[in-house]
Design a protein around this ligand. Structure first.
Ligand SMILES: [Cu+2]
Length: 386
């Protein structure tokens, strides 16, 4: 039973009506999916800075265009497959290429597609420029971001404070494992901030999606980015350059607060710094218990990534300090490797720590984990060894 004869005309109208209906339905579905995706967290995180918003907008524009194109292409495809199927005896069109549209479609359709591409590329280019061009003619707040194996250092150049940010171990971080840090990067909203990126060792990359950019941290180079946060909140990110064993343990957390709260935080940090400096420079002789307690805290944050909390290290890459000849031998050799590091290995010089901090860590290493060297290292000894 043939519905069409070979030369017969096409009656497109009923099909087109149905197609219009399905396109409308699909658009509704797509709109619903767009709304739901934000709630389900399958879309990009909500931007927190102007440029990030623009990136988000380019992304949404692209997705919308892609969705519409997909709906049109699929509608035509499904319509054709269904109504022009062989069992209905639909005759293949033998004259399409002889019509005006048949001749020109090969130019018009790619032309349209190119137009769509250029529309997207145009918006993307404008946004890119905004990201990389640091605003001129005004003073931005400077924050130096230094990547380390495997932690971040943030130096607030305008405020004379420096903080260290490390991941929180599994037993303390709950469901925020590899997301939480001990000290977040605190930043004020509605302030143009310039980030200066560099590294103390291998390549790392600063990446907090809500800020909109990702920038490599390369030792020996300083690279600039900038952002202006427009809302308060906590935004997470992570190191985005494979930087060794614990690349995964370099999360980033930006705590965005109002400028007033930021000033308050800066005052607090400056006080902490003054108190620590006063403590470190006093000629006080410390008791073993005090040094052990301080040393344990410092060791666990600064040294345990490699030498482990248990002091057993991860041989052969990271030697055990438990029972190590250095940690139980002469104090001078122990101080030497901690102050000067060991060139060509992951053991960096720790001479930026204060005499008191080094005295505490070394005392701890010499007496923890059954090392029982029994001796105590005072800040004055460290000072003399520098
Ligand atoms: Cu890294």
């Amino acid at each position: 039973m043939k519905k069409y004869d070979y030369e017969g005309g096409l009656d497109l109208m009923p099909g087109l009506m149905k197609m219009t209906k399905s396109v409308a339905l699909a658009s509704l579905l797509a709109a619903w999916a767009g709304g739901a995706s934000a709630e389900l967290g399958v879309n990009f995180p909500q931007p927190a800075a102007g440029v990030a918003q623009e990136i988000y907008d380019v992304h949404m524009l692209t997705m919308k265009i892609a969705t519409i194109l997909m709906i049109i292409v699929f509608a035509v495809l499904i319509y054709s497959l269904y109504y022009h199927r062989k069992s209905r005896g639909y005759p293949a069109d033998q004259k399409f290429h002889k019509t005006w549209f048949g001749n020109w479609s090969w130019v018009i359709v790619p032309g349209l597609v190119l137009g769509v591409d250029l529309t997207i590329a145009g918006s993307a280019q404008k946004t890119l420029e905004k990201i990389w061009v640091i605003p001129k003619g005004e003073k931005l707040m400077d924050v130096k971001v230094v990547g380390h194996q495997w932690w971040w250092e943030f130096e607030y150049l305008d405020h004379g404070i420096k903080i260290e940010s490390r991941y929180v171990p599994k037993d303390q971080s709950g469901d925020k494992y590899l997301r939480a840090v001990d000290n977040p990067l605190v930043l004020p909203t509605h302030t143009k901030i310039r980030f200066l990126h560099t590294s103390a060792d291998v390549n790392h990359a600063f990446w907090v999606p809500a800020l909109g950019f990702k920038k490599d941290a390369i030792s020996g180079y300083v690279m600039e980015t900038w952002a202006e946060l427009d809302r308060e909140g906590e935004f997470t990110g992570q190191c985005a350059e494979l930087c060794g064993t614990w690349h995964s343990r370099m999360p980033l957390v930006v705590a965005s607060v109002s400028p007033e709260k930021f000033q308050e935080w800066v005052r607090q940090q400056q006080q902490v710094k003054l108190a620590a400096a006063a403590e470190a420079s006093s000629d006080k002789t410390w008791s073993k218990d005090d040094l052990m307690e301080k040393g344990q805290g410092l060791y666990n944050t600064k040294c345990a990534a490699c030498h482990q909390i248990t002091g057993q290290g991860l041989p052969p890459a990271f030697p055990a300090l438990k029972g190590s000849k250095v940690a139980t031998g002469p104090i001078a050799d122990h101080l030497n490797i901690v102050l000067n590091g060991k060139q060509g290995t992951a053991m960096q010089p720790w001479n930026a720590l204060t005499d008191l901090e080094i005295a505490a860590i070394v005392t701890y290493e010499r007496n923890a984990w059954e090392n029982n060297a029994g001796d105590v290292v005072q800040p004055a000894t460290v000072k003399a060894a520098r």
